[in-house]
Design a protein around this ligand. Structure first.
Ligand SMILES: [Zn+2]
Length: 378
């Protein structure tokens, strides 16, 4: 049990997959007695697709559909106090049913039924995706239709200020299998930022969904949005690295120009002095980039909003950056879940706190007005 400051269990979002074989209908129908024993007097409520609430007891439990019974059973076996579980429950002979189980701080349970997934975005070609969202770099690797659709859905959830820092990010689909828990990755290599989707991402939607149970979405949106969260928190550092890169290129150009004019001392020395200025500015920008990612202004502002509470997911405990990326993904994919688990963090994102912190940190770096350095590359 996760305990907060004053002994209140913390609410959180649990992304653990409850992997299971399709449930045999008859066996599950025999569960109510065992479920009652495990409930042990705790309150359990079923919210059906019309929002009607039914308190579950010996009389009402048998009315529960098989998938909902299975979800309740799974939550009783594996669920943790305070957790939200967005599951796809498979019943033998039927397709998967998205079902949410919310476990309260007092261990009460709410089982929420769904009418089925949200309408999907159209499948777009790479060119159309790039045009719609203003992405400049061509994709790498083989993207299936379903993956392009999921990427489109992730991008469609973003605000203009967030899309602006994705413009020159490279999206790559890798066939390298890094294990079933490694769905995606963000890498920053100098000025180049890359989001890679791995094979595990393709299977993410089997036992999980993400989003409101009224309109469930493909679970792979979560890792995609998580990596986009890293693009946002690293944007100021990346801006400094990109500006440094353009200074380095300009410095080299001045040096080779100088070499060509070495028999004209006045011009030669002017170019060399300019070269030295650019190298000095390059060094400053590299130091600035270092300062902006340890841990950086977006993370600092985020931690203030989090106010000492644990992150909204287990994985967020890895680091402040992972905590931010998890909250960012939840804010976009399942805002109600973030609002339930961390209302102050939800309000911070909703008021654009992350975009303001990011833009404020990048504003100074934009002012590159020296000759020979026209603009930063993004
Ligand atoms: Zn991460």
């Amino acid at each position: 049990m996760l305990l907060g400051g004053c002994g209140t269990p913390q609410l959180f979002y649990d992304r653990t997959e409850l992997r299971h074989d399709p449930l045999p209908e008859r066996q599950v129908r025999a569960l109510p007695e065992e479920i009652l024993r495990r409930l042990d007097g705790r309150r359990a409520v079923w919210v059906d697709v019309d929002g009607k609430e039914t308190v579950l007891n010996a009389a009402t439990l048998p009315q529960l559909p098989t998938a909902e019974l299975g979800a309740l059973w799974a939550a009783l076996l594996l669920g943790r106090t305070g957790g939200e579980y967005d599951m796809r429950i498979h019943v033998a002979g039927k397709g998967p049913s998205p079902i949410s189980v919310l476990i309260g701080g007092n261990d009460s349970l709410r089982i929420l039924s769904s009418r089925g997934d949200a309408p999907r975005e159209a499948v777009l070609t790479e060119a159309k995706i790039r045009e719609r969202f203003g992405l400049q770099r061509s994709f790498q690797g083989e993207w299936s239709e379903a993956e392009r659709q999921a990427l489109t859905e992730s991008l469609a959830l973003l605000q203009p200020g967030e899309l602006a820092v994705l413009r020159t990010v490279r999206f790559e689909r890798s066939q390298r299998d890094l294990g079933r828990d490694k769905a995606a990755r963000y890498e920053l290599d100098g000025c180049l930022a890359r989001i890679t989707l791995y094979p595990a991402g393709a299977g993410f939607n089997r036992y999980l969904f993400v989003g409101d149970v009224i309109a469930p979405r493909d679970a792979v949106l979560f890792p995609l949005l998580h990596e986009i969260g890293h693009v946002v928190e690293r944007a100021p550092a990346r801006r400094a690295l990109c500006a440094a890169e353009s200074h380095r290129v300009a410095a080299e150009k001045h040096r080779s120009d100088a070499w060509r004019l070495r028999d004209q001392p006045a011009r030669y020395h002017a170019l060399i002095r300019r070269h030295e200025d650019l190298v000095r500015r390059y060094d400053e920008l590299i130091a600035e980039a270092e300062r902006l990612r340890s841990p950086g202004p977006v993370i600092t502002a985020y931690l203030r909003a989090l106010a000492g509470q644990p992150p909204p997911t287990d994985y967020g405990r890895e680091s402040a950056q992972e905590s931010f990326a998890e909250s960012f993904a939840l804010f976009h994919a399942d805002p109600q879940a973030l609002s339930r688990a961390r209302p102050a963090v939800y309000r911070w994102f909703a008021s654009g706190g992350h975009v303001k912190a990011m833009n404020a940190a990048m504003a100074g770096i934009l002012e590159v007005d020296e000759d020979g350095v026209d603009e930063v590359p993004w």
